[in-house]
Design a protein around this ligand. Structure first.
Ligand SMILES: C[S@@+](CC[C@H](N)C(=O)[O-])C[C@H]1O[C@@H](n2cnc3c(N)ncnc32)[C@H](O)[C@@H]1O
Length: 247
């Protein structure tokens, strides 16, 4: 299946500098300065992260891994759109389930407060915006589960899961989700961890944007300490993604 829609839907193809940035870059070049201006990544992810999502989910469909697909921390639905498009084209029998408070992040516990990154209500995007995007694109509306993960997971999870996107940004959210979702993942199912940075594998020092969720790696590494699966790191420009394949 083609994946050009990732670059063209909304404003995801934001790598091309604006005319003002191109002009500034010419001036910088003339001045023999090596610095250049480039477009900022979108808040939630970037094209590279969506490409990783595309290839990981597509693999599970082509390999006929049993189960539905879950998006844990769907926000305004930009990743969910990629997921639904893939399933609509390759296997419409699989359902997409999208989970979010649709009110942004919860009250932080000490585990997340100490990171000094986020606060309650950050990244709030309403269910109406999510639904509007699907209507506008003429895409099948996924099942949505509004509420704190602590209330909707595991209660509203499908019996079997073939692919999961973990994108809760917080230590507590990731720690809550992983064991419940892992338990329902079929052998061969893939879990993608949206903001998993491992500086030993891919140093992000000096790269602006992206690195804002240190609690995700802490919770993920804790969970996998006694598991056979390994979390691998995927390049995603300013971001960094992790994934594992359930054995
Ligand atoms: C980075 S955003 C997700 C971005 C989205 N996956 C995308 O690619 O566009 C993180 C989302 O997780 C949600 N979230 C985090 N912790 C949560 C919790 N405990 N319960 C419900 N939602 C939560 C937030 O509301 C927010 O929308």
């Amino acid at each position: 299946m083609d994946n050009a829609f990732i670059a063209t839907t909304f404003d995801w193809d934001h790598r091309y500098p604006t005319s003002w940035q191109r002009f500034s870059n010419k001036v910088l070049r003339k001045l023999r300065l090596t610095v250049r201006l480039s477009p900022a990544p979108s808040d939630m992810a970037n094209v590279e992260a969506r490409m990783n999502l595309f290839h990981l989910l597509e693999q599970t469909v082509v390999n006929k891994v049993p189960g539905d697909v879950v998006d844990l921390g769907c926000n305004a639905g930009d990743s969910t759109i990629v997921m639904q498009r893939i399933l609509t084209e390759l296997d419409p029998s699989k359902a997409v389930h999208a989970y979010d408070s649709f009110e942004g992040l919860p009250e932080l516990t000490e585990n997340d407060r100490n990171d000094n990154v986020y606060g309650k209500g950050y990244m709030a995007a309403g269910l109406e915006l999510f639904s509007h995007k699907f209507r506008t694109l003429g895409l099948k509306m996924p099942y949505t589960h509004k509420g704190w993960f602590e209330e909707t997971v595991p209660k509203d999870l499908p019996e079997k899961i073939s692919f999961a996107l973990f994108d809760g940004d917080l230590y507590e959210s990731t720690r809550h989700l992983l064991p419940h979702v892992y338990e329902r993942m079929s052998p061969g199912a893939i879990g993608m961890i949206a903001v998993y940075y491992d500086e030993k594998i891919l140093a992000r020092e000096g790269i602006s944007g992206g690195y804002r969720s240190p609690g995700v790696k802490r919770a993920t590494d804790e969970f996998f300490r006694d598991k056979q699966e390994k979390v691998s790191v995927l390049y995603a420009n300013e971001y960094s993604n992790g994934y594992f394949r359930k054995l």
